[in-house]
Design a protein around this ligand. Structure first.
Ligand code: ZN
Length: 246
């Protein structure tokens, strides 16, 4: 089985389209989205449509929750908050229904999906180092788990016989074999707003037959989404950061 994993999209259709095209060439069997379809970017409804049409296994992100009014926006920085306030009135009733139906944790036979961490999914903590990976892995019941939220990709691997010894693949692009590992925690980075100083859209691909996990990158038309952000009246910094990958 091939699993295509979409990280934080953040209403960036230009990036999402590039990632979906790249994954379609891989003949993906199962599509996953790890939350934050909306927020920051200019095309929330279009991105929800794409995620829905792909039949993604999707969980709730903190920006999705905030737009729904289920998370206090004082938690966010000024730019994120103003984007949330911009997004909410843009959404159609069907978009609200779609986001409202999302769960914090989605467990399937082969994998689990959560936006932040498995040990505190409703707190939206980040997996950015072995410290948080250790705790999240303690709560991981499936061999594979996909997360996002930090917008920085990395893969954490564990053998159950030695659960404190985490093997980390901290690269923004990687292809690794997880054969021999009992738990794989994969932060797939961000489709629509990468923050690892690589402005290319990030995504994950896992082949469960070959036991290979990949973090991949693809170029997309950054100028196009920047123009839409400015035209929408969203904060300029949200356009500028996309070219820097921060
Ligand atoms: Zn995000």
């Amino acid at each position: 089985m091939k699993i295509g994993i979409l990280g934080d999209i953040h209403a960036n259709t230009d990036a999402l389209t590039a990632v979906v095209d790249a994954l379609k060439r891989e003949n993906v069997d199962v599509w996953v989205q790890v939350g934050d379809i909306v927020g920051y970017g200019p095309e929330p409804s279009a991105c929800i449509d794409i995620v829905r049409d792909l039949g993604c296994v999707t969980c709730l992100g903190n920006h999705d929750a905030a737009v729904l009014g289920r998370l206090d926006t004082s938690y966010f920085n000024n730019f994120a908050r103003s984007a949330i306030h911009w997004t909410a009135p843009q959404l159609r009733p069907s978009d609200y229904a779609f986001l409202n139906a999302l769960e914090l944790v989605v467990k399937q036979p082969e994998f689990t999906v959560v936006h932040g961490t498995l040990h505190m999914p409703d707190q939206f903590g980040y997996v950015v180092s072995v410290v948080e990976a250790l705790e999240s892995l303690e709560h991981q019941e499936t061999r594979l788990c996909f997360v996002g939220h930090s917008h920085v990709p990395a893969i954490y691997l564990r053998r159950d016989e030695n659960p404190r010894d985490i093997h980390v693949v901290p690269h923004s692009e990687a292809e690794i074999s997880y054969r021999g590992f009992d738990r794989v925690l994969m932060n797939v980075g961000s489709v629509g707003q990468p923050r690892d100083e690589d402005p290319r859209a990030a995504y994950g691909l896992v082949d469960t037959d070959l036991e290979i996990a990949s973090i991949r990158r693809v170029h997309y038309d950054i100028a196009s989404v920047q123009a839409k952000i400015r035209e929408a009246g969203l904060p300029d910094v949200l356009a500028n950061r996309l070219a820097l990958g921060v």
